[in-house]
Write a protein that binds this ligand. Structure first.
Ligand code: PEP
Ligand code: MG
Length: 975
């Protein structure tokens, strides 16, 4: 017989049905309450209704599985027995809290009900029992409001309105100024609020509990919880659990209190007890930021016994969980209770420091330390901070709490909605709020920084900002915020919506202007965690860099080479674009070659810079890739300028620009298709690379042909490169290149991936261009898919944006096929990835499983990739589990390679022939250009002229020979 399902798990009296490992079933809160109970920590008893019930609640159309009621009743009885109290009646009434708790913490996103079980009868009992009439009435009015708002769906502001009206009538400023009669009055008014809303407050405690449980399960799918899960990429959970627990009170007078503590500093990672508390308050008073709490160390002066107990619990919990804990506690009339523990949210800096410290303390292993840091969060550490000199010279207009570190500059907005709107418009914003609430989550996510005038280090704003890695200054009482006037008054200044503001989240300082930033230091704990990552990772990590400066930055971040230089990016700077445009707009091959001759030395210098910055590390340099129309001027003024530079009629330019227009340019005349149409572009780029490599002793170039879908495209382009190599070698008077050189291709066209065994005949390496492979594999235009992809992800059609996280089953399969086939032809073919996915942790993990040699990503993501690669190695062991196939069928592969070569020969033959006939014209054109350039640039160009002349002479001679192709091949094989 099948085992009867268990829906409710009890904890209390030092025993528990559950344990920490049961997070998926009991939620994080429930599992840890059970664990703490078993650890004999002072946890108020209670029970947890499982996440499975939440799942069933939705599946059964908001109904519960049979048997649940009985289980709940039995657990209430058990709790009554444990506490010696009775639920909803009697002299010693049992009051309960009802809280949500999913497997992954979603702070403030779901519902909570406190003081449940209060009614007219138990209220009187509570008064008698506590002898504290004010406390009892205060609890009752809080419960009526919370229950009405959260469970009955009555508008929150109706209660607030009624409360304010009583306060005004009775001359009370704060809630605490209301006396017993005032609170009775509030309860009466609240009854009217219920009536007006057509609802009645249930006196029956069991009914109250049922309605509260419904509300908590219902809140799993409220808008803000859904948005939070989306923003934090929380997937695969079946629902929330509901924790029903005995109430303990922090608001029973001066010997009671409540607080939140972290076993280490969640901002810096320092090994110091950290937290805040408030005496005579309930939990939400601390988190909501309504009163500003005291630092935890002050508790020692107020209640030494509780403080000492807390300190002991701090170390017990850390040792047990071997991680920093975030705990909630309440002191009820001198007795300490722990209400929650969980692994604490932390800044990236804190995560890194704690991981390294805990290894030194022998609390965790090196591998655990590597797994402790979220690679994506490293971003926070890599981005610029305010330049100390500029910051010192800027007037501080206000100072608040350094709630979440970093530097942020942006335009002021006063509400979350505007923040989202402005961000869509491309502005950077600072969200300025008196305090934040979960409704603000969307605006907080897009803001560069958050400033609040109220609340402590554990206020909503502080906790959420730290989790997001967003800079935040909280509790900045110096800043007076007026939502109606949309003003921020601070330091004698009045700032309005749209004004610039800068925040230093590490110091808590606020500036009324933009402040310059500098690059971060990558030493200390950061350096150590990176060393550990390097120790365990198997994947190489390169960078995508187009300039010597980017290369230097990437090398500082640990890049082991360049995986992609997009040479087209070199042509946008300064006057280069003019020469580039001349090349594109040229009416004849002669003119184009003349323009290319101007670009050659510029590009050669760039490559020299890059090779030097790499100090021997390899550089994969890709030939021109984008459609040419991207470079030409589309505006009248730009076209007129080009007409005058080139000495032609503006109509000639306009016509040419129009002729370059393409309907779908990303699938158009780009990549190797350009090099095939204009071989002189390929030849010039090859020459620039080879000549530059001659200048730098430890240069290590790899030439990459883009957008290859057919091996013959590659063979065509490769032949041009080989010819240039021969020319340059002859010019330099050497028979062998003094540096290593590989010629390979990008695999970014599905046909290229599917015929990778053929492509590998010519390619010495593959670099997966997963941006284009995603575009063509999924059929999503890179430029336009943004409009609907967001919805695709929201509706769960794709788990994630495939341009950010590699679509493993589709595009990933193309990569897997290409690897397997490529290795059949060339078992040791070098394999990398250079699409955006190379810096995305999930995609890096997949690359490890595919057994790539390296990933390549933008400089700032290099540390992210290093850490993600290490985590993948620790999680999955040896690389290449997905491509480990039987030995390639050598015979068939060899036969196929031969056939491919034979077919490609025809194409290559044409290239050689064409080169020979063109050489003469080229010589003339280059001569003309050199003459012009010499006049302009004097000495330097004279030298260039000689070199080019010499080159052309030799090249002409060579290509004219009938056996050119054969020789070139022979020599190439000696490289
Ligand atoms: C790619 O397609 O993945 C790639 C790296 O090239 P680009 O983004 O320049 O097209
Ligand atoms: Mg591409």
């Amino acid at each position: 017989m099948a085992k009867k399902a268990k829906y409710v798990y009890f904890f209390g009296g030092g025993k528990a049905d559950g344990k920490a490992a049961m997070k998926n079933l009991l939620g994080g809160k429930g599992a840890n309450l059970a664990e703490m109970c078993s650890l004999k920590l002072p946890v108020p008893g209670g029970f947890t209704i499982t996440t499975e019930v939440c799942d069933l609640y939705y599946k059964l159309g908001h109904k519960y599985p049979a048997g649940l009621d009985k289980e709940v009743d039995a657990n209430i009885a058990k709790l009554e027995k444990l506490s010696g109290k009775t639920f909803g009646r009697g002299e010693n009434p049992m009051l309960l809290s009802v809280r949500s708790g999913a497997a992954v913490s979603m702070p403030g996103m779901m519902d909570t009900v406190l003081n449940l079980g209060l009614n007219d009868e138990t209220l009187q009992a509570l008064i008698k029992l506590t002898g504290n009439e004010r406390f009892a009435w205060d609890s009752y009015r809080r419960f009526m409001q919370m229950f009405g708002d959260v469970v009955m769906g009555i508008e929150h502001h109706d209660f607030e309105h009624a409360l304010t009206e009583v306060k005004e009538r009775r001359g009370a400023e704060a809630d605490t100024d209301l006396d017993i009669d005032g609170l009775k009055d509030v309860c009466k008014q609240f009854e009217n609020v219920y009536k007006k809303a057509g609802k009645s407050f249930p006196q029956d405690a069991r009914q109250q509990l049922q309605a509260a449980v419904d509300a908590v399960f219902g809140s799993w799918n409220n808008t803000r919880a859904i948005k939070y899960r989306q923003l934090n990429d929380i997937r695969g959970l079946i629902g929330t659990a509901v924790n029903v627990q005995l109430m303990v009170y922090g608001n029973m007078g001066d010997t009671s209190g409540t607080g939140v503590a972290f076993t280490r500093d969640p901002s810096t990672g320092e090994n110091a007890f950290y937290g805040e508390y408030l005496m005579n308050a309930q939990g939400e008073d601390v988190v909501a930021g309504i009163r500003t709490p005291e630092p935890i160390s002050h508790l020692a002066d107020v209640d030494k016994a509780s403080y000492d107990k807390l300190v002991a619990i701090r170390s017990k919990l850390e040792k047990h969980y071997t991680d920093m804990q975030d705990l909630e506690f309440t002191i009820e009339r001198g007795e300490l209770f722990i209400l929650q523990t969980r692994s604490g949210k932390r800044t990236a800096a804190a995560a890194v420091k704690m991981a390294i410290d805990m290894v030194a303390e022998k609390l965790i292993t090196e591998k655990q330390a590597v797994l402790r840091v979220d690679p994506k969060s490293l971003d926070q550490l890599l981005h610029p901070m305010f330049d100390p000199a500029a910051e010192a010279a800027t007037e501080t207009i206000a100072k608040g709490l350094p709630a979440s570190p970093g530097a942020a500059t942006g335009q002021i907005v006063f509400d979350a909605h505007t923040a989202e709107e402005w961000e869509e418009m491309g502005r950077t914003v600072i969200l300025v709020r008196i305090e934040t609430s979960p409704e603000d989550i969307g605006g907080m996510a897009v803001a560069k920084g958050i400033l609040t005038s109220r609340g402590g280090m554990t206020s909503h704003a502080a906790v959420v900002a730290r989790g997001m890695g967003t800079c935040c200054v909280a509790g900045c009482a110096d800043a007076v915020i007026n939502y109606t006037a949309k003003t921020l008054n601070a330091g004698g200044r009045v700032l309005r919506e749209g004004d610039w503001l800068s925040l230093n989240g590490s110091l808590g300082t606020v500036y009324a202007e933009k402040v310059a930033t500098i690059d971060p230091e990558l030493t200390g704990a950061f350096g150590q965690i990176m060393e550990l990552a390097d120790k365990y990772r198997k994947l190489g990590v390169r960078t995508n860099a187009d300039t010597p400066h980017d290369t230097e930055v990437a090398v500082r971040f640990g890049a082991e080479g360049i995986g992609l230089t997009r040479t087209e990016h070199m042509f946008f700077e300064g006057d280069r674009i003019i020469a580039m445009r001349e090349m594109i707009l040229a009416a004849s091959q002669e003119d184009r070659e003349a323009a290319l001759a101007k670009l050659l030395p510029l590009q050669r210098d760039d490559f020299i810079g890059i090779f030097k910055a790499l100090a021997g590390r390899p550089a994969t340099i890709r030939f021109l890739d984008p459609p040419l129309h991207e470079f030409v001027p589309h505006d009248k003024a730009g076209q007129e300028k080009m007409a005058s530079v080139m000495g032609v009629d503006v109509q000639v330019i306009t016509d040419k620009v129009e002729s370059l227009h393409e309907f779908n340019p990303m699938l158009g005349h780009r990549g190797c298709r350009l090099g095939i149409a204009y071989p002189e572009i390929t030849a010039t780029q090859a020459r620039a690379i080879i000549e530059a490599a001659f200048e730098v002793p430890d240069a290590n170039p790899e030439i990459m042909i883009p957008l290859v879908g057919h091996v013959r495209e590659l063979a065509h382009q490769k032949q041009i490169v080989l010819d240039v190599i021969e020319q340059v070698k002859a010019e330099k008077g050497v028979t062998k290149l003094p540096f290593p050189l590989l010629i390979g291709t990008m695999i970014e066209v599905p046909r290229g991936a599917l015929t990778a065994d053929e492509v590998a005949v010519e390619a010495e390496f593959f670099s997966f261009g997963t941006n284009d492979l995603t575009q063509m594999g999924c059929g999503f235009s890179r430029d336009d898919a943004g409009t609907f992809l967001k919805q695709y992800v929201e509706e769960g059609i794709y788990d994630a944006d495939p341009f950010q996280t590699l679509d493993r089953n589709g595009v990933g399969e193309l990569v897997r096929i290409a690897i397997t086939k490529g290795r059949q032809t060339r078992p040791n073919i070098k394999l990398g990835i250079c699409g955006e996915h190379g810096g995305d942790p999930s995609s890096v993990e997949f690359c490890h499983m595919l057994g790539l040699d390296y990933v390549s990503c933008s400089p700032f993501r290099v540390p992210v990739a290093r850490l993600a690669a290490a985590q993948a190695a620790i999680k999955h062991g040896a690389p290449g589990a997905l491509t480990a196939t039987k030995k390639p069928v050598k015979k068939t592969a060899k036969k196929k390679a031969k056939a491919v070569k034979k077919a490609a020969k025809k194409v290559v033959k044409k290239v050689v022939k064409k080169a020979a006939t063109k050489a003469k014209a080229a010589k003339k054109a280059v001569k003309k250009t050199v003459k012009k350039a010499t006049k302009k640039a004097g000495k330097t160009v004279t030298k260039a002229k000689k070199t080019v002349k010499k080159a052309v002479k030799k090249a002409t001679k060579k290509v004219a020979k009938k056996s050119a192709k054969k020789k070139a091949r022979k020599k190439a094989s000696r490289r």
